[in-house]
Write a protein that binds this ligand. Structure first.
Ligand SMILES: Cc1cc2nc3c(=O)[nH]c(=O)nc-3n(C[C@H](O)[C@H](O)[C@H](O)COP(=O)(O)OP(=O)(O)OC[C@H]3O[C@@H](n4cnc5c(N)ncnc54)[C@H](O)[C@@H]3O)c2cc1C
Length: 314
């Protein structure tokens, strides 16, 4: 008997790859289609000044005893992920005010994208493929498919669907933008135990990560995430946000002198304003998963949502 056609999973972020793995584990042929050059989505890492920098998610968390904790333990065991810290600084616009403890955060020496690439190992993945249309049937770019998975932010999924299907599967809840601003110095100019800082009450910056610390090479590189308001004002000219963000970071962390270099990455749809509690959406063979589901929005939710949808379709 000929094998059935593969289920197309649109989106090669962690949700799409987790969904594809769950389908493949159940013996279903599956194919991931992603418009980027490499898998990863918002777990993005880019080489800047000869080293990898994380530009999207800052770290992973994994609830103790959860299935995702087993996946993370596997990555740690193979040296792909590393426990980072459970403590970050808390700063205001004019300086550090204290510290805050929370769950253990994990980083990846090779960048968080390397974890998605590892999860995708052995799956059929087509990179550089932008899907244009998903229609009832279901059909993907005019071709019939046994089912279609949309593993991406809602606004990106809605663009592919006709209005009635979009309304049945998704809603028009807002997603917030962010800018990731990479700040590099010649030498480290902040305390070794900083790790990262939540910045409160600042109009430009809400979070700063020590990229050298989380990745384990000690490089003098910070990555700041802007407030949604600053990002919204700079979606057309993200580079112009580098100056205000660098000034806000040096002030908040008490760093002496401006960075030697900067780079800016725009995330038009960084996170949902209100993620759903439901694990995924599924209407007439068209499924939706990702961090818009399985609240709160984070890497673990995206993996959980994708895995649940893959099992349901299988
Ligand atoms: C700035 C920032 C900071 C964050 N910090 C953290 C953090 O510290 N900890 C944490 O747990 N989470 C964090 N997150 C959230 C985390 O990154 C996401 O929850 C997770 O990566 C979402 O994965 P996903 O697979 O659902 O979506 P995505 O990673 O967005 O994947 C969607 C994929 O779909 C592809 N795609 C879209 N449209 C099409 C199309 N038409 N055709 C083909 N492919 C398409 C895209 O190329 C992309 O690869 C952060 C996110 C951002 C942006």
């Amino acid at each position: 008997m000929p094998s059935p056609p593969p289920v197309p999973v649109v989106g090669g972020g962690i949700a799409g790859v987790a969904c594809a793995r769950a389908l493949a584990a159940a013996g279903r042929p599956v194919r991931v289609l992603d418009r980027g050059r490499r898998p990863g989505g918002r777990m993005a890492s880019r080489t800047l000044h000869d080293r990898v920098v994380d530009l999207g998610a800052s770290y992973l968390t994994a609830e103790e005893g959860s299935p995702f904790a087993e996946v993370v333990a596997g990555w740690v065991g193979r040296g792909l992920a590393r426990p980072w810290t459970d403590t970050f600084a808390v700063a205001g616009p004019d300086g550090v005010r204290g510290t805050r403890r929370g769950p253990l955060r994990y980083g990846a020496p090779g960048g968080l994208r390397s974890l998605v690439a590892d999860l995708a190992d052995g799956l059929e993945v087509e990179q550089g493929r932008t899907v244009e249309d998903v229609a009832p049937g279901p059909r993907l770019d005019g071709e019939p498919a046994p089912a279609v998975v949309l593993a991406m932010p809602d606004p990106q999924a809605r663009r592919l669907l006709d209005p009635p299907t979009a309304a049945a599967l998704l809603d028009d809840r807002p997603w917030l933008p962010a800018l990731a601003v990479v700040l590099g110095w010649e030498t480290r100019r902040w305390p070794a135990d900083l790790h990262g800082a939540f910045v409160h009450d600042d109009p430009a910056v809400e979070w700063v990560a020590d990229d050298g610390d989380r990745r384990g090479d000690g490089a003098p590189v910070l990555v700041a995430h802007s407030t949604p308001d600053l990002a919204a004002a700079h979606l057309e000219d993200p580079g112009a946000a580098a100056g205000p963000v660098a000034a806000a970071v040096t002030r908040a962390l008490g760093i002496d002198g401006p960075p030697a270099w900067t780079a800016v990455h725009r995330w038009t749809f960084a996170r949902p304003a209100r993620p759903r509690e439901e694990p995924f959406g599924l209407v007439d063979g068209i499924g939706a998963c990702g961090d818009g589901w399985s609240a709160p929005s984070r890497v673990q939710s995206a993996w959980t949502s994708g895995t649940a949808l893959g099992r349901a379709l299988a």
